[in-house]
Design a protein around this ligand. Structure first.
Ligand SMILES: [Zn+2]
Length: 346
């Protein structure tokens, strides 16, 4: 039975209203996204959700052939008679700069876009609307933290870059749709958020040893649901709505973490470094595993390193990073070597 009325937003409602109070500093916190909904189903609510954020705008609803079937056609059918909206099914979506340029030409005739999809469709629309100074909202088709970040992952000649973009006006999760997404994607989303454990330890170590900034706000929010989510792992894998809601909530909060701290350290440290390394250097050996899958395994590896370091009787000895200049220029080219040297100030 689908009632559609059950609201799984949890603490997100307070964040949207700007009324959540952090227990550590007693300050009120809000978020830059105007509305986030996590519901059993959003069928029939599309117009109300979009109209309140994009009133009087001419909109293009963009999906790919898969997401069109999963949700895009329903959304467009529920919008088309009530507002000035058209539909575009992007046959071969690509989160490359070429894909972004293509969407920019599409945007010429519209005030904004409604993305229906996961990383590829959502990130390329996020970046294209940012460059065109237009707005967008997104209906998610998988659980993932990228929907609630202000950055976009776009590839240039095959190299992925995380670029500053803007936030969606609204992010909408229809759990019925999410429960039908491939199980491997749900598992990858779970794996990509349990890295909280190692990212926090890395960040805290950096704070203690190097006196870098550190903030607990996002962790206070994640702690509200994290244990429940982990205890419900097998129900998440089985696609049960109540459990999937916990993963969706945690993923959304993880994405929002950056908005409280202005850094991605909250959920991206050593374990993400390993995953990025695999993506950049595995070449033909890359087994086709996804970001989340790699991060999940790397989290276990980094956790072993951290345990080894922390169990020592003596504090760790740290030294300036030795930059293997020749190796970097061979593998990544001289411009990248210069960038790395600038970052490390050598
Ligand atoms: Zn990640």
């Amino acid at each position: 039975m689908i009632s559609g009325d059950k609201n799984y937003n949890g603490v997100i409602d307070d964040l949207v209203n700007g009324s959540w109070i952090s227990p550590s500093d007693n300050k009120k916190y809000g978020i830059p996204i105007k509305n986030i909904e996590i519901r059993e189903t959003l069928d029939g609510r599309e117009y109300d959700l979009i109209e309140s954020l994009h009133s009087n705008q001419k909109l293009l609803v963009v999906s790919d052939p898969f997401t069109h079937k999963a949700m895009g056609s329903r959304i467009f059918n529920n919008l088309k008679t009530k507002m000035n909206a058209e539909e575009y099914i992007w046959e071969q979506p690509s989160s490359s700069i070429e894909g972004v340029q293509f969407l920019r030409t599409k945007l010429k005739d519209y005030d904004g876009m409604i993305a229906v999809g996961s990383g590829t469709v959502s990130d390329s629309i996020k970046y294209a609307t940012f460059l065109e100074k237009k707005s967008y909202s997104v209906f998610a088709t998988t659980p993932m933290n990228a929907y609630t970040t202000g950055t976009a992952s776009i590839s240039f000649d095959g190299i992925k870059k995380s670029l500053v973009a803007h936030y969606a006006q609204g992010v909408f999760f229809d759990l019925e749709v999410l429960s039908n997404c491939p199980k491997r994607l749900t598992a990858a989303a779970f794996a990509d958020v349990i890295c909280r454990t190692t990212a926090q330890v890395d960040w805290l170590m950096s704070h203690k040893l190097l006196n870098t900034d550190y903030k607990t706000t996002p962790y206070e929010l994640l702690a509200l649901y994290e244990m429940d989510m982990i205890n419900n792992a097998s129900d998440i894998a089985a696609g049960k709505i109540d459990s999937l809601a916990l993963l969706t909530l945690i993923s959304a909060i993880m994405g929002l973490g950056t908005s409280f701290t202005q850094t991605t350290h909250v959920g991206s440290m050593g374990e993400h470094g390993i995953s990025h390394y695999i993506d950049m250097f595995a070449g033909d050996m890359h087994p086709g595993t996804s970001h989340g899958e790699q991060v999940g395994i790397a989290t276990i590896s980094i956790s072993k390193f951290q345990n080894t370091i922390l169990k020592k009787d003596q504090p760790p000895i740290i030294k300036p990073t030795q930059i293997p200049e020749q190796e970097i220029s061979q593998k990544l080219g001289d411009p990248m070597l210069e960038t790395i040297k600038n970052i490390y100030g050598t």
